[in-house]
Design a binder for this molecule. Structure first.
Ligand code: ATR
Length: 268
């Protein structure tokens, strides 16, 4: 019996158990994937406890992604540069950290026919979710990063070589440069949060990706669609595609993520 899970705080509404447990059934492997709630104080001890109990690994979500990368003995290049891990694999008493949010974002782009090496991408937000997006876009010609707190964007940009920072107030102007891609990595538009305040003019981005998801199109994607942006996708795609290599890490089977994404979309 393979045991794995997602650790976060709070964790109540995670869709990950549903995704992974369905995949265990699909591939016919006996396994159990659970949501684990652990406060920041309890995080490290809980990870070690689960490893000692024989779990195969953990996905990691808010607020533990930076701590997850810190506690691992071995880290992938992506986890190192981003400074955060969403996957911990337990291997012979060692903890290996990776960041499959990068793959999740890359696959989200691929699913809507957008290159991960665009000439110009505009990224809104420099919080926890921005690192994986910026890493995935490391082949872009240039990336413009805008965050309400400019210093935070500058700190993130310092770690990458291809990013120019602009003031948050310039976001309409940045979108009007008609970049190949506009990404919302802020929490604006999540349930209980106000929508992103953005206005499109005549020239709009070619594609828009929101890391937020919910029932139906997010406020940002509705805005982008009515502005005339043609290629759109939300954070549900990123959630499902980041889960796939995690599942592969504990089972050596790569699941049918496309099917899961359509099923989830239909049922939310
Ligand atoms: P998480 O870890 O969930 O990503 P976070 O790291 O605090 O949370 O990031 C949230 C992102 O949404 C940040 O880019 C944040 O901007 P600041 O760095 O200025 O806080 C952005 N954000 C949240 N509320 C916002 C608002 N009302 N207007 C603009 N940006 C906002």
């Amino acid at each position: 019996m393979i045991r794995a899970g997602v650790i976060g705080h709070p964790i109540g509404h995670s869709l990950s158990p549903r995704i992974h447990n369905q995949w265990f059934e699909d591939v016919g492997i006996e396994g159990q994937y659970e949501a684990v709630d652990a406060s920041p104080q309890a995080f490290e001890a809980t990870v070690h406890e689960l490893m000692d109990e024989g779990w195969a690994g953990l996905n990691v979500t808010i607020p533990h992604k930076a701590a997850a990368r810190e506690l691992a003995g071995e880290t992938s290049a992506a986890a190192d540069l981003i400074g955060a891990a969403n996957l911990l694999i337990f291997r012979d008493g060692d903890i290996v950290a990776d960041n499959t949010d990068v793959f999740g974002f890359e696959m989200s782009l691929e699913a809507i026919g957008v290159s991960r090496s665009p000439e110009h991408a505009v990224v809104l937000g420099a919080g926890g979710a921005a690192g994986a997006v910026l890493y995935a876009l490391r082949g872009a010609g240039r990336v413009t990063l805008l965050n309400r707190t400019r210093e935070r964007a500058e700190a993130v940009a310092d770690r990458f070589s291809h990013i120019e920072v602009r003031d948050w107030a310039d976001r309409d102007a940045a979108a009007a440069e008609a970049p190949d891609l506009l990404v919302n990595t802020t929490s604006l538009g999540m349930e209980g949060q106000p929508p992103l305040d953005l206005h499109f003019g005549n020239d709009v981005p070619r594609a828009a990706v929101d890391i937020v998801y919910g029932k139906g199109p997010t406020p940002f994607l509705k805005l982008a669609k009515s502005g005339g942006v043609e290629k759109l996708t939300d954070g549900l795609a990123m959630l499902v595609y980041q889960a796939a290599p995690s599942f592969e890490a504990w089972t050596s089977c790569f699941p049918d993520a496309d099917r899961t994404l359509s099923e989830l979309r239909a049922s939310l």
